[in-house]
Design a protein around this ligand. Structure first.
Ligand SMILES: [Zn+2]
Length: 282
C-alpha cells in the first residue's frame, strides 16, 4: 500500500464525501431489499451411486436410502421456499454414464462432479447424506455429522452440523422415538484398511494429486483425461457444508429406525429444520 494513493483517496472522500455517503445509503437500502428477496439455495448430495452402493446390510442399500432421504429433505425445503439442487436424482453416479473407468477413477470423478455441481449453483449450503456401517462392532450406532474445521466457513459448517444433529434428535423424540446417540465429528481424512489416508473429498480443501498417487490407488489417469499432466488440483466446495452419517446399517436398532417410514419422515424433518435454522428461516 502506498501513501500517495491513501492521500489521494482521502482528498476525494473529503471533496465528494457527502454525495458518496448519500449514494451509499441508497445502495444499502437497495441491497437489503434484494437480500430479503434472496432465495437461499441448498445442495443435497445423496452419497454413492451406480455400482458403488455404499454400505449394504440387512437387505438395506445405502445408495438407495441416501437418495430417498435427500428427496424427503428436498421436498420439505422446497415447500419452505428454498431452492434445492441435487447432485443425483436417480440410482446412477453424479456424472451419469461414464464407462471404462476403474472403480477408483469412477469414484474420484463422481466426487469431483458433485463438488462441481455445488460450486456451479453457488449454493448457500452443501449437505451430503450418507449412512454408516461398521461390521467389526455391531454395537456402534447413532448419528454423526462431519464438518471440516480446517477450511473456510468452519464456524458456519459447525453451526449447520449442530443444527442438523439437534434437529434429527428433537424431531424423533417429539414423535415418541428414543433418539439414538449423536455427535459432531471433525472431518479431516479417511484411513482405509491398508492404512492409507485420503482427505475427504466433498468437504476437503483443494490439493495436488500426483499421477503416482492415482496409479497406486488403482485410478486410471488417462481415462480421466489428465493426459500428460504430472498432477492435478482436486476441487473443493466453496460454501459451508457437512456430511451426515445417518445411523448405522450394521446396527439392528438403527436399522429398525431406517426401515420405519414414519421415523424416516421425522428424520427428514429434523434435517430440513436444521438447514432452515442455519439459513435463518426458522
Ligand atoms: Zn456413504
Amino acid at each position: 500500500m502506498s501513501l500517495p494513493w491513501a492521500t489521494r483517496r482521502m482528498t476525494r472522500l473529503t471533496m465528494f464525501g457527502l454525495p458518496l455517503l448519500l449514494a451509499g445509503a441508497a445502495l444499502a437500502g437497495l441491497l437489503s431489499f434484494n437480500d430479503s428477496a434472496h432465495r437461499p439455495k441448498v445442495v443435497l448430495d445423496p452419497g454413492h451411486g451406480g455400482d458403488e452402493l455404499g454400505a449394504v446390510e440387512y437387505g438395506l442399500v445405502e445408495r438407495d436410502l441416501n437418495l430417498d432421504m435427500a428427496k424427503r429433505v428436498g421436498a420439505l425445503l422446497t415447500a419452505a421456499g428454498i431452492d434445492v439442487v441435487y447432485t443425483r436424482t436417480d440410482d446412477g453416479r453424479a456424472y451419469g454414464e461414464r464407462p471404462l473407468l476403474t472403480e477408483y477413477s469412477a469414484t474420484f470423478a463422481d466426487l469431483e462432479e458433485r463438488i462441481e455441481i455445488a460450486n456451479e449453483t453457488k449454493a448457500d449450503l452443501f449437505v451430503s447424506i450418507h449412512s454408516n456401517a461398521f461390521g467389526v462392532d455391531r454395537g456402534a450406532r447413532g448419528i454423526e455429522v462431519y464438518y471440516n474445521p480446517d477450511r473456510a466457513f468452519a464456524a458456519r459448517s459447525r453451526e449447520l452440523a449442530e443444527a442438523i444433529r439437534a434437529g434429527v434428535v428433537s424431531l424423533l423424540e417429539a414423535h415418541g422415538y428414543q433418539a439414538p446417540p449423536s455427535r459432531i465429528e471433525e472431518d479431516i481424512a479417511i484411513t482405509d484398511a491398508a492404512g492409507r489416508t485420503t482427505p475427504y473429498l466433498v468437504l476437503g480443501g483443494e490439493r495436488e494429486l500426483k499421477r503416482e498417487e492415482m496409479d497406486e490407488r488403482g485410478g486410471d489417469w488417462d481415462a480421466l483425461g489428465y493426459g500428460k499432466k504430472a498432477s492435478v488440483q482436486t476441487r473443493a466446495t466453496q460454501m459451508p457444508g457437512v456430511l451426515l452419517e445417518l445411523l448405522y446399517l450394521s446396527n439392528e436398532e438403527d436399522v429398525a429406525l431406517l426401515r420405519d417410514d414414519s421415523a424416516r419422515h421425522h428424520m427428514a424433518e429434523g434435517i430440513a429444520d436444521g438447514i432452515l435454522r442455519t439459513l435463518g428461516r426458522r
